[in-house]
Design a protein around this ligand. Structure first.
Ligand SMILES: [Zn+2]
Length: 294
């Protein structure tokens, strides 16, 4: 039997989004990019194979999916769920939550939850804000989220004490899985274990931030994107799909930087993380009592 008893365990999560669609939407174009079904499917297998290859126990993890992904890739969402992973919600579109009114948040999250729950025949319980765009003291918006979901994993804390102070002040009935972030080299710059941070920094920096979080009483949550460990040009918006966009060349280059830079080292870095840290499993299976009651 596979065991990673000796390892400190963390949560592995994926923000499963459609980068090409989201970028076109962000840039305000009416061009709808063609679905990237094959590439997204490949990236799903890349992530899960990496978990398997590293003998990670509890290798069923949480995928936060957008409602747009449910519309455009229903078969992939179903497949992820059929593999035993948890489907959480990552917004209906990938719009920042802090730029939406609480009413809009409630309505759009309800739509996204219904789509994802219907596809997977399981009630979706959890939420992560696109770009972590939710302020921990924005109780109005947190309240809107709590009306749709049982738990959230969008807020940053650097130690357990800070989390407990917040939990006492927070009047909202919502279980929070905080995504820890730690300052780096005594600066105000904060490092989270995931996404661009994993790409831009040597693995020793990311590891350091994880160990620091553990020592400060918080469980690290790793977050990945479909394009983080699978780079293919098909996951970029094509030149013709950017037709009519202001600063077309700039955006074309910019997305290449986001998605391609240091991508070659990502798999190796993740393997280092996987070899050192075990997996707790799906967030939704770990809903203990509401921390606000502590
Ligand atoms: Zn996202």
């Amino acid at each position: 039997m596979r065991k990673d008893k000796h390892k400190q365990s963390v949560f592995y999560t994926v923000d499963f989004e459609d980068f090409t669609y989201d970028l076109c939407r962000y840039l305000g174009t009416s061009n709808i990019p063609a679905p990237r079904t094959k590439s997204l499917l490949k990236s799903f297998y890349n992530i899960t194979n990496l978990l398997d290859m590293n003998n990670i126990n509890n290798n069923k993890i949480t995928f936060f999916c957008t409602g747009v992904a449910a519309d455009r890739y229903p078969e992939i969402i179903k497949l992820i769920a059929e593999h035993g992973h948890e489907i959480g919600c990552h917004g209906n579109t990938h719009n920042n939550i802090n730029s939406m009114s609480p009413e809009n948040i409630y309505t759009s999250l309800k739509v996204a939850k219904e789509k994802l729950s219907e596809l997977t025949k399981t009630e979706v319980q959890g939420f992560r804000a696109p770009n972590f765009s939710l302020d921990k003291y924005d109780f109005e918006r947190l309240d809107a989220v709590s009306k749709v979901f049982n738990y959230d994993s969008s807020l940053h804390f650097s130690d357990k004490k800070e989390f407990q102070v917040w939990a006492k002040e927070c009047p909202i009935d919502l279980i929070e899985f905080p995504v820890p972030q730690q300052s780096f080299l005594f600066s105000k710059f904060r490092v989270k274990p995931g996404g661009s941070y994993l790409k831009l920094f040597p693995s020793i920096v990311v590891r350091h931030s994880m160990i620091k979080s553990i020592n400060k009483g918080l469980t690290p949550i790793i977050y990945l994107h479909p394009y983080d460990i699978f780079y293919d040009y098909n996951l970029l918006v094509k030149w013709n799909e950017l037709k009519g966009i202001k600063l077309r060349s700039y955006w074309y280059m910019r997305q290449t930087q986001w998605m391609g830079l240091f991508n070659w080292s990502q798999k190796q870095k993740l393997q280092k993380v996987f070899s050192e840290f075990g997996s707790i499993g799906r967030l939704g299976d770990n809903l203990v009592q509401n921390p606000h009651e502590n």
